[in-house]
Design a protein around this ligand. Structure first.
Ligand code: NAD
Length: 441
């Protein structure tokens, strides 16, 4: 098929590249000229494992092209995906302005009947708005073409996006008519062979499904974080509790980790947008308000722990491992590391931070002479008093604890992801502070 993808970010680029990889012709359009110029040079603007290879293969094969020109992008497209951002507005709702804008602009240049697929995460009712605005535009333009809107929320996870797209748990498709469902079913058939993963539904339910899923994930994390705080107070180890509770198949082990709070470009904004939608419909989601409060508090946990152990932080040097909101991505949107670093700097501390890929993003948003973004995990610890682990990158999982014990001035590890064996770390000569376990501060 001929496809256009509008918005070439984490979702749009992965979608475009993967759909080209199964033989479609995909034109990716973004209004960010710098991003498109980089892509045209074969330079991938985001870090996502395996993405560069898929992009290069399909660009070289002539199936994947990049443009800032909407007319060129959509002129021969059968399906147009909208994958632009839906950032939070001031009142916490999702700002769908870019979605409407992109849809309207795309429709101006179509030269055939098209299905316009909203892949961005949008509040319930947005596709109705897009449909009505597009129909009004088509009437004004006296266009001979028909545009059918569909909802197809994306569930890929940054860090494993290619695999998630190619081997999805589910493909949710919300349609107003059977013809677009048939077309989308055909488009997704390469990923739907082993068993039927495509879940077809009405458009509003499809929009809601994405928010419901993220609300549940956020709730799971915040509940674990609250339980971790209590575990610490009552002398239980949340890691043992996690293993015990997760063994019940109704609970499961996935996504059940206590830590420093959820971040990234999706959970915080989607939970907030769903809460806003609920309030606007006089159906406040009390539980989600708590989930958000717990998460905000959790992001300060590491700073509080470090302060309790070291006392006055001014003039202290803190090593920080991990800046991205999770491993295997360079995304720092709403990352807990930013909260920690800003608090440490405000308290007069110096920070030596290392992340395999996310440092440039942090350098762009925190400009402070007391923040050194260094080139290796070891380098971060040179001259540091203590070490704080914020993101559980694989390369941090088995450090040389004895070297750390010799190197850190006040040998202590604050393990924001509970990735270390507390007893072993202590045997190696370091104090250990996890989340919801071990030495209480
Ligand atoms: P992103 O910020 O990485 O990319 C969005 C892109 O859209 C940018 O390159 C921007 O320049 C472009 N853009 C904005 N307005 C435009 C317009 N009018 N015309 C053309 N291009 C335009 O965003 P993302 O992380 O890829 O997220 C996109 C959507 O997908 C959001 O609604 C998000 O909630 C949702 N989503 C994201 C993820 C994720 O892991 N990042 C997962 C599932 C769903």
């Amino acid at each position: 098929m001929n496809l256009a993808v509008i918005g070439v970010g984490y979702v749009g680029l992965v979608t475009g590249a993967c759909l080209a990889d199964v033989g479609n012709h995909v034109s990716c359009m973004d209004r960010d000229a710098g991003k498109i110029a980089r892509l045209e040079r074969g330079d991938i603007p985001i870090f996502e494992p395996g993405l560069d290879e898929v992009v290069r293969r399909n660009a070289t094969g002539g199936r994947l092209t990049f443009t800032t020109d909407m007319a060129r992008a959509v002129c021969d497209a059968d399906i147009i995906f909208i994958a632009v951002g839906t950032p939070p507005a001031e009142d916490g709702s999702a700002d769908v302005g870019r979605v409407l804008e992109a849809a309207m602009e795309a429709v101006r240049y179509i030269d055939r009947d098209v299905v316009l697929v909203v892949k961005s995460t949008v509040p319930v009712g947005t596709c109705d708005r897009v449909r009505d605005a597009v129909q009004a535009l088509l009437r004004t333009m006296r266009s001979p073409w028909k545009v059918t809107v569909a909802s197809n929320p994306e569930f890929l996870k940054e860090g494993s996006a290619i695999d998630d797209f190619q081997r999805p748990d589910r493909i949710v498709v919300g349609t107003y008519d059977t013809a677009s469902l048939t077309l989308l079913r055909a488009l997704y058939s390469p990923y739907n062979r082993n068993h039927d993963r495509l879940i077809a539904m009405d458009v509003r339910s499809s929009e809601f499904t994405k928010y419901a899923a993220n609300a549940m994930l956020a709730t799971r994390i915040s509940l674990m974080n609250e339980l971790a705080r209590l575990a610490e107070k009552v002398g239980a180890d949340i890691e043992e509790v996690r293993r015990g509770a997760g063994a019940d198949p109704r609970i499961g082990h996935h996504f059940l980790y206590a830590g420093v709070g959820y971040g990234g470009s999706c959970l915080p904004k989607d939970v907030s947008a769903l809460s806003r939608l609920a309030a606007d419909n006089d159906e406040p989601l009390d539980l989600l308000a708590g989930v958000q409060r717990v998460n905000e508090r959790q992001k300060h946990l590491l700073f509080e722990k470090v302060g309790k152990v070291l006392g006055d932080l001014s003039g202290r040097t803190i090593a920080v491992w991990g800046l991205a909101f999770k491993p295997n991505t360079d995304d720092i949107r709403d990352a807990p590391s930013l909260v920690l670093i800003r608090e440490l700097l405000a308290a007069g501390a110096r920070v030596r931070a290392y992340d395999p890929v996310a440092a440039p993003g942090v350098a762009a948003v925190i400009k402070d002479p007391d923040l050194a973004l260094v080139g290796s995990a070891r380098d971060a610890c040179l001259g540091a008093d203590v070490l704080v682990v914020v993101t559980e990158w694989r390369e941090f999982k088995s450090p040389d604890f004895r070297w750390l014990a010799k190197t850190l001035n006040q040998p202590a590890i604050f393990d924001g992801r509970n990735i270390y064996d507390a007893n072993y770390v202590q045997e190696c000569g370091l104090r250990y502070f996890g989340v919801g376990r071990g030495e209480t501060v």
